[in-house]
Design a protein around this ligand. Sequence first.
Ligand SMILES: Nc1ncnc2c1ncn2[C@@H]1O[C@H](COP(=O)(O)OP(=O)(O)OP(=O)(O)O)[C@@H](O)[C@H]1O
Length: 819
Amino acid sequence: MRRSSALARARDSSQRPFSNENDNENPRTKKRKLAEKITPCVSAQDVKISGREALSAVNSQQELITAPFSTGELLPSLSCLGQVDWEGTRMASEEVEALLNMKMTGKAKFDLKGRNDQMMEYIKKLRSCIRQLLQVESAYILQKEQQQIELQEERKIWKETETKFKVKQDELEAGLLEVNQRCSVLEEISAKSEAARQEGLLRHEKDSEALRAAADERVHLLEETEKLRKEASSAIQQVETLQDINRRLQEYNTSLQQYNSKLQSDAAQAIEENSRTQKEKVAILETLGTVRGNNSALQTQLDTVKASLLAETTQRSFIKEELIRLRGELQRALEEKEKAQAELQALTTENARFRELTGKSAAEIEVITSQAAALEERYHTQTEQLRLVKQQLDLANKRLEVAEASLAWQRKEGHDSISKLEQLQKQLAEADQKLHEGELLRRKLHNTIQELKGNIRVFCRVRPLLPDEEDSGGDSAVVQYPNSGELVGHAIELFQPQGQKYTFTFDKVFGPEAAQEDVFIEISQLVQSALDGYKVCIFAYGQTGSGKTHTMLGHPDNLDQRGVIPRSVEQIFQSSQALQAQGWKFTMQASMLEIYNETIRDLLANSRRTSLDSQRSDGGTPAKQHVVKHEPNGNTFVTDLTIVEVSSWKEVSSLLRRAAQSRTVGKTAMNDHSSRSHCVFTLRITGTNESTEQQVHGVLNLIDLAGSERLSRSCATGERLKETQAINKSLSSLGDVILAIGNKENHIPYRNSKLTYLLQPCLGGDSKTLMFVNIAPDSKSLNESLCSLRFAAKVNACEIGVPRRHTNARLPEARLSNN
Ligand SMILES: Nc1ncnc2c1ncn2[C@@H]1O[C@H](COP(=O)(O)OP(=O)(O)OP(=O)(O)O)[C@@H](O)[C@H]1O
C-alpha cells in the first residue's frame, strides 16, 4: 500500500506539471523538467524495494519509455538511476554532454604528446562514462532479471487470478446471463414502465397542464370569487343600504303619509287658520288701523283735554290766586270798612260832642260832615266791590267745578281708550305670534320636503352697494325682487340694459337690507341638525367681492356683524350645554384648512408660515403634504391636519383669529382683501348619552370658497393669474361634478380637484348641504351675477340623496333639541 501510494504520489507529482505546463515547450525541456521532477520523488529505498516498480515508475513517464537512447535523453534516466548507489561515482549530465562535445584544442599541431595526453584524458573520461553506462546496463539487466522473476511470479499470480477470473467470469457470465435475462425482463418491465412512465408523463403533463389550467382557473376563479364576493358584499351593502333606505323610505313614507295626512289636516287647518288668521289679521289690522285712528284721535283728544285741563288748571290756579287776592282785598276792604266805620263812629261821636259843646264853627262842622260823607261813599264803594268780588268768586268756583267734572270725564275716556288700545295691542301680538308660528311651520315643512327630496338647498344673498360703487354710479336697478305673490322672498330678477329679464327662484332670497341675524335664523335649524348626528355642509359661492366672507365669517367680534361660522358655533355650544340636563355630553373638534393652488394647507398648524412667498424663497422645509381620505364608514379626513378640541366659543374665536392670519388673501382688481383660496372650517361633534348609551356623530363643514371671476375682469397677472386659474379650475370641477350628479351619470369626476374630492360626501353623500350664492348688485357685475345665478340654479336642481343620521344606537326620531 505504501509503495503504491508512493508511486501514485510520484505519478501524480510527475503528471501534474505536464498537465499544467505550456504544451508549446520543446520535448527536450519537457524531459529535463521531468527528470528534475522525478529525481527528488523516487527515493533509493523505493527502488531497492522493488526495481520493477521503480522502473514502472520511470516507465510511467511516457517520454522516457518511447525516447530513443541518445546520450542527452538518457541522462535523465541516468541521473534518476544515479540516485541508486551503484559505485558512489556519478557523472552529471552536463559533464557527459561536455565530454561528448569536447574538442581537442589548446595544443599545437605538432605537440603530439600534449595532444596524446589530452586524448588519454578524454579516453579516461569516456571510459568512466562507458563504465557508468555498463553499470547502468548491468543494473538494467539485473533489474530485468528481477523483473522477469517478478513477471513470472506475476504471471503465476495472474494465471491464478485468470483462472479465478475465468471461474469468476463464468460465474459472472452465468450471473450476467441471469442478469441479462433479468435485464431483459427488467427491460421489458422497464420498457413497459417506460411506456407507462411516458404515458404517465404524458398523463402527468396533461395533468400538470390541466392542473396549471386548473390553478389558473382557480386563481381566476378566486379572483372572480373575490370580485364576486366584493361585488356581493357591496351588493349586499347596497341591498342593505337600499333596504335601509327602502325601510327608511317606507318609514319615511308611512311617517310621511301620516305626516302628510297630518300635514294636510294641519295644512288645511293651517290654511284655515291662516285664512282665519289672515282675515283676523286683516280685521285686526283694520281694527288696528281704526284703533290707531281712534287712538290718535283719542290721543289728540287726550292731548286737547290735557291741554284744556292744563289751561283749566292754570286758570283754576289763576282763579285761586285771584280768589286769594280778592279775599285779601275783601279782608282789607272789610278792615278799611271797619276802620271807616270806626272813624265814622268817632266823627259822629265828635260831631255830637261839638254840637253839644256848640263852640265849634259851622265851617268846621261842614268839613267834618263832608269827610263823613266821603267816608260813607268809600264804604259804599268798597261794599259794592266786595259784592262784585264775591260774585266773581262764586263764578270762579262754579267754573272750577265744571272744569273738574270735565277732567274726570276726560280721564275716564282716556282710561277707556287706553284699555281698548291695550286690548288691541294684545290681539295684534297674538296675531303676530300666530303668523310667526305659521311661518315656522311653513319653514319646517319646506325643510322636511327638501330633505326628503334630497336636494342641495340654495339661498341667494345680495349685498348692498358699496360706497365706491354708489359714488361711481352703481345701479341697483339691475337686481330686483318680486314684492307680491308666492315669489316674495324666494325670487330674484336680473335686468339687462337691453331690457331682458332673468328670473331665478331659490329656497330663500335675501336682499341687501337683510341683517346677519336674519340670514342665520334661516339656517339655524340646519346647523342644529349637526348636533343631531347629521353631516352638514354650508358653502358660499360667488364672484370676488360679492360678500361670501361677510356671510360666512363676518366680523366675529362684532355682535351684529357676526357671520354664519361664529353664530353656528355659538348655537352648537349653547344647545349642547342645554342638552347636558338630559344626560348628553358632547366633545367638539375643530380644524381649518385652505385649498390654495390645488394644495391643502393647514391654517391651524403652529409652524405655518404666513406667506406663501416666504415658503418658496427662504428654501425652508416644505409644508406637510395633506391628503384627503374617505374611510369606508363614510368619514372623511385630511391627513396630518391640526385638530383642536374646543369647548367654548372663545376658544373657537381665537382659532378663527389664528386662521385668519394664516389665510392667503390678496388684492385683486375687484376686492382689496380678496380670499385667494377655498377655506374650510370643520367642527366634528360627538355626543354621548351615558344613561342611554346612545352616541351621535355630526359634522359641520362651513366653507368660504374663493371668488369666481373671469380672468378678463380680474386683470390678474403673474402669481394672481396662477391663483385665479387654479380657483377657476376647481370651481369648474365643482360645476362638472354637480352637472354629473344632476344627470345621474355613472362616473362623477370628484377627483378632478381637491375641492370636489373633499366635498364628495357633501355633494354625493348623505349630508345636508346648503349653498349661498352671493351676488354683487352693481351693473358692472351683471354678467358675473348671471353666471353665478345660473350655476346656483343647477345646484338647486341637483339631488344628492337622503341625509342620514350617524348614530350607533337607535335614537327616537325626535331631535335632540327643538331649537
Ligand atoms: N351683506 C353685506 N352688508 C354689508 N357689507 C357687505 C355685505 N356683504 C359684503 N359686504 C362688504 O363687501 C365687501 C366684500 O365682501 P367680502 O370680502 O365678504 O367678499 P367675498 O365674496 O368674500 O370676496 P372674495 O371672494 O374676494 O374674498 C366687504 O367690504 C364687505 O364688508
